[in-house]
Every structure is written in C-alpha cells, then in structure tokens.
Write a protein that binds this ligand. Structure first.
Ligand code: SAH
Ligand code: SF4
Ligand code: F3S
Length: 472
C-alpha cells in the first residue's frame, strides 16, 4: 500500500525530471484479463483529466476490456476524479454509494478511484475508513502502472492503493483512445508550480514538467497524418511552457513550430496572465491556424483579493493585457474563470469584479464559489464568507456574465463563420461544432459532413450557442 502524503506533495526540489517511455511489461499474460469483460469509466475533471481517461481506455482495451456506458453492466468501474472543489467530492462519494450497492448485488465487480482526489491524503484516509469495499485506488502519477495494479486488484481481497506524491516525471508513449476523430488533446506540460493559495492542483499533479518539444511536434504530425483537423495544447499554465527546461524555447516558439505542421486548427489552454508575452501575441496574430480564442482566468477583479490568492498580477495589469490581446488579435474571443467568496472578499471587492466583467464583456466565464481545499494556504484563512453570501454573489455575477455572453454572440448574427463539424446534435438531422473563436454552432447537415470545416451563415443567436445554415 502506497498512500499519498500531503507533505511530500508540497515539496519542490531541483531534481532533474525524468522522461520515461511507457512500455507494457508482461502484456501477454495480462491480455486476457479483460476478456468478455466490460469497463465503465466516468471523468469528473478538467481537459487533462479527460485526456488521462483517453489513456486509461486504451490501456484497458489493450487488455481486452470493452467499454460500456452503463455502470450496472460493468465488471470494472473506474472513477477518474477531480479535487478542485468540494461539490465534485460529493458527486464522487455519492457514486461510491451506488457502487457499493451494485457490488452487493453482483459478484465480479472491480471498482477503482483514480485522478486528483486519489492524490489527497484526506480522501484516501476516508476511503480506507468508509469505502474500503473499493478494490483499487491509483494516483495521477501511477497510470503507467495500471495493468499491473489491475492484475493485483483482481486477484486480491483487500483494497490495493498506489499513489505516489512526488514531483512527477514525464511519461511518453502512453496508448490513447481518443474520443474524437477530428480534434485531439495534446499535453505540453504537466503539474503546476504557481501555488495560487486556493488551489489544490500543485499538490495533486506535481511540479511543472514541460514535455520535450520534439515529442510534442511528433505527436501533432502523427495526428495530421491520421486526418485530425484540430489540436488543443494542454497544461495548467501553457504560457509557462519550457521555463523548466531552460532551453530558451517557450510557448511562442512551440506555437510557431506546431503551426508549421499544417494542422488546421491550434488551440491552447489554460493561459495564466502572468506569463503572457508580446512575442506570444505576435505569433498568435500572425498564424492563420492558431485560433483567436484565449481562456484567460482573472479569478477576481480586486487587486487586494488577487494578492491574497497569490495570482501575482493586479487588476490593472490584467486589464492592460486584456486590451493588448483585443487590440492585436483580430476578432479574438476571450473567456475567463472567476471565484467569488474568497476569504476576506468584501462587498466592494466583489463589486470590483462585477465592474471588470462589465468592462471586459467576456465572451463567457466559468464562475465558482470559493471552496476551501485541505492543505492549501486559503484553507486556513480567516474572514470566511457565508455560504448564503457566496450564493448571492455567484447569482449576481452569473447574470452579468450571461448578459455579455449573449452580447458577444449577437455580433455573429448575419455573419458567415467557419465551423469544424464534430458531432451529431441532439436535434435529428443537425450537426454541431465550434467556430475558430470557440462558439458552439448547430447546423442542418448530413452526417457525411462530420470532420469537415464548413462555412455557416448564422441565422439565430442564443446565449450559449448559434444556429446557422450551410453556405458553400
Ligand atoms: N490552471 C488554471 C486553472 C485550473 S482550475 C489557471 O490557473 O487559470 C480551474 C478553475 O477552477 C480555476 O481557474 C479557478 O477559477 C477554479 N478553482 C480552483 N480552485 C478553486 C477553489 N478552491 N474554489 C473555487 N474555485 C476554484
Ligand atoms: Fe491552480 Fe493557480 Fe496552478 Fe492554475 S495556476 S493550476 S489556479 S495553482
Ligand atoms: Fe480537477 Fe485535477 Fe484537473 S483537481 S481540475 S482534475 S488537474
């Protein structure tokens, strides 16, 4: 049993990051493990978590498991969890209750928890106390060991726990079963060293480790060859890409090189305002295949609160960067993340956040009530805000955010936009996809058009989507 340790997770050293190549050991013996068995996996977290799920699926299928979307008929249930806010914990623990029930009714069910919650010492202690009917818990650094861990979990009565809390390495060549045939996630870095005072990610994902640029470009080239049209470069702080490698090669250079692969669309998330350079703006604006869409979390409009959050920029610095992006990148769409109810947030601080939203008129924003995470500095901060007040502030903020989301979408009425058709819509005979600026568009089109980038004339505008007609 290898349990997570918060004190280990907090450590940062100058130790060199190892890049390893994933290889199956003993696959011949494990190949039959999932024969005639089904797996169900649910993902609770961010894009990186979703991409981990794509790796886990491929490993399971190499072991002959087949996927089901009904957990009741699965022989293997995996919950790939997120630790960012308490409400995700509640959902996961609720699901664990249903799994207990299923295990009582059905033999031969293996249940596993992985992802960021598995990295939390408090969570694993709770699992051992109250949910020890689980078979396996493995951490974000342990995915490469999944075949062996499953073999143990299947043959053993007690719960198997393997969670490393170290700074982490870089694991190349993991197999992947991508959800889409048209767009793909590509990790460019792992972990985070920013330690914003509210955030648990630096403890669940380890230190910042950038992938070697050649491996990234090779992956994108392979995707182009397979017919993919879009890649999203992933990291908690993509703008800090390369800082840990000391090779004078950062996101600007990487974007430039990825653009040369001739993939049709390049996106990148998430950008931290702290590391956004003029050079990056120059590269984005001068490449047709780098999309004019930037997710730029502000978190708060009050410099006092930003300081307490450890974000290392002021309201004014954020606004200056925001204006620079708007003025330089044609038609750029900018979205953000905002937390309300951080400890010490006064009514004036909150009003400053509203003012900034009024000023920036974000294309959209993800808004959250502050959730205290064990082990983070903000967990121990005084002047906590009542839940009622948090809720009121969140409601008020959402109204303003929604108003401007509609204003931003209204600009598309009567315009023709390029859309990558990627899915069938809920509405029969319709397909959906995104514009270069990340607007969701529904359009009547035949299924044979999936995967194509088409021109769509926008006829109708809603707060969260656009409707249109195909134009040739
Ligand atoms: N790396 C990204 C954010 C990843 S987490 C960045 O730095 O911008 C996604 C969002 O969740 C954050 O931007 C923040 O708005 C929110 N979040 C993180 N921790 C939170 C907490 N403890 N309570 C509420 N929201 C939180
Ligand atoms: Fe969390 Fe801050 Fe790192 Fe984003 S930059 S993952 S909010 S610590
Ligand atoms: Fe959640 Fe972990 Fe992502 S905490 S937001 S799944 S990095």
């Amino acid at each position: 049993m290898l349990k997570p340790s918060l004190s280990e997770a907090k450590k940062r050293t100058n130790k060199e990051v190892l890049t390893k190549s994933f290889e199956y050991t003993n696959l011949d013996n494990l190949k039959e493990l999932g024969k005639n068995k089904k797996y169900f996996i649910r993902t609770y977290g961010c894009q990186m978590n979703e991409h981990d799920t794509e790796n886990i699926k491929a490993i399971l299928e190499d072991m002959s498991y087949t996927e089901t979307d009904d957990y009741e008929e699965a022989n293997l249930i995996i919950l790939n969890t997120c630790a960012i806010r308490e409400n995700v914990h509640n959902k996961v623990f609720g699901m664990l209750g249903r799994i207990k029930n299923l295990k009582e009714r059905k033999d031969d069910v293996i249940a596993a928890v992985c992802g960021c919650m598995a990295q939390e010492e408090v969570v694993v202690n709770e699992i051992l106390e109250k949910y020890n009917y689980l078979d396996l818990v493995f951490g974000t650094h342990n995915i490469g060991n999944l075949p062996k861990l499953l073999e143990k979990a299947v043959s053993k009565k007690e719960i198997e726990i393997e969670v490393i809390s170290g700074e982490g390495s870089v694991l190349e060549n993991l197999p992947v079963k991508r959800d889409s045939k048209y767009k793909a996630w590509v990790n460019i870095m792992f972990g985070c060293d920013k330690f914003c005072t509210y955030c648990i990610v630096p403890y669940t994902r380890g230190k910042q480790r950038s992938r070697n640029k050649d491996n990234i470009i090779e992956e994108v080239n392979e995707l182009v060859e397979k017919g993919y049209s879009e890649v999203t470069l992933l990291g908690q702080n993509v703008n800090a890409y390369g800082k840990d490698l000391n090779e004078n090669y950062g996101l600007a250079e990487l974007l430039k090189d990825v653009a040369k692969t001739n993939i049709k669309r390049i996106r990148f998330v998430t950008s931290h305002p702290w590391d956004f350079t003029d050079e990056m703006i120059e590269i984005i604006k001068s490449h047709e295949n780098i999309m004019p869409y930037i997710h730029l979390p502000i978190q708060s409009g009050s410099t006092k609160i930003l300081q307490k959050m450890g974000r290392k920029y002021s309201k004014e610095e954020y606004l200056t960067l925001f204006d620079k992006l708007k003025n330089n990148i044609k038609n750029v769409s900018i979205t953000t993340d905002i937390i309300v109810g951080f400890p010490g947030e006064s009514e004036e601080d909150f009003n400053e956040t509203i003012e900034v939203v009024e000023k920036c008129k974000f294309d959209s924003a993800f808004t959250f009530a502050f959730s205290a995470r064990v082990g983070t500095p903000a967990y121990k901060m005084k002047d906590t805000i009542d839940d009622d007040v948090k809720k009121q502030r969140l409601n008020k903020l959402n109204q303003v955010v929604n108003k401007y989301a509609k204003v931003a979408n209204d600009k598309y009425l009567g315009k023709t936009v390029e859309v990558l058709l990627e899915k069938e819509s809920l509405k029969e005979g319709f397909l959906s996809g995104y514009t270069d600026t990340m607007k969701l568009v529904n359009v009547e089109a035949d299924k044979s058009m999936l995967g194509k980038i088409v021109s769509v004339y926008i006829t109708d505008v809603k707060t969260w989507s656009l409707n249109g007609e195909l134009r040739s």
